[in-house]
Design a protein around this ligand. Structure first.
Ligand code: ZN
Ligand code: ZN
Length: 242
């Protein structure tokens, strides 16, 4: 069982220690360093990245990845012990995985670094609990941030302005229709799926997608369990005969 208090920063699994240091390349920043430790899956995170924030982990992995599957990338990042069960880091997670996979799919990886930096700045302005206090879930806003960056929208734009607002609206409606209480994992997945549908309408781009199974229900006190489309079937409590 992965530990979210210790272990690998990326996947939470145990670290394995060698007696002799090896040259390893950091999975987040690509810096090479000599180390005796890597996780049992082979992840190596350098000391500088280990001291970083959740946003550093998200930005680092999204810069490096060649994935074109935003759901799989989101799932991988959710395993990081730098990312809490709930929290405002999810407001950056959504636009980051959408930008990374969209830029990869378009063969525009040279733009990705700049896009991610802008998304991080914009997401930083969305406080935690925004969904409850402003009627505007940050995961949905993240999809609007994604399209505003890709389309170059400004407050004076015509089509890009309309498209970005519609992107947020469709994601937000999907989240609202599901109902509360909030779950940052569920709401990220719902927002990304809605954004992918809108993206294929807007741009004809079909990003690949896996069907996610939640790996976090056990640590979510407010998990709606079988009411959540991502709740693992194997974890459902068998119904007792009445
Ligand atoms: Zn690992
Ligand atoms: Zn690093």
């Amino acid at each position: 069982m992965p530990s979210h208090a210790t272990g690998c920063l990326l996947c939470g699994e145990d670290l394995a220690y060698a007696t002799v240091a090896q040259e390893r390349t950091c999975d987040l920043c690509q810096v090479t360093a000599s180390s005796t430790a890597a996780c049992i899956h082979g992840h190596f995170i350098c000391d500088a990245c280990h001291r970083g924030s959740a946003a550093d982990v998200i930005e680092g992995l999204c810069r490096q990845t060649t994935s074109v599957d935003p759901i799989a990338l989101c799932t991988e990042l959710m395993r990081s012990r730098a990312i809490n069960m709930h929290g405002p880091e999810h407001h950056f997670l959504v636009p980051a995985v959408l930008l990374a996979t969209y830029d990869n799919a378009q063969g525009r990886s040279e733009q990705k670094r700049a896009h991610l930096a802008v998304a991080r700045q914009r997401a930083d302005r969305l406080p935690g609990g925004f969904c409850g206090t402003h009627g505007n879930c940050g995961a949905a806003v993240g999809t609007g941030v994604f399209w505003a960056i890709v389309s170059g929208a400004t407050p004076l734009s015509c089509e890009p302005w309309s498209q970005s607002n519609r992107m947020t609206a469709r994601s937000l409606l999907r989240i609202a229709d599901h109902g509360g209480p909030r779950c940052c994992k569920r709401d990220c997945y719902l927002a990304i799926f809605a954004a992918m549908e809108e993206l294929s309408r807007l741009d004809g781009v079909a990003l690949s997608s896996t069907t996610p199974t939640c790996e976090h229900s056990a640590r979510n006190r407010e998990c709606t369990q079988s009411h959540c489309p991502f709740f693992p079937v194997s974890a459902a409590t068998p119904k007792t005969a009445e």
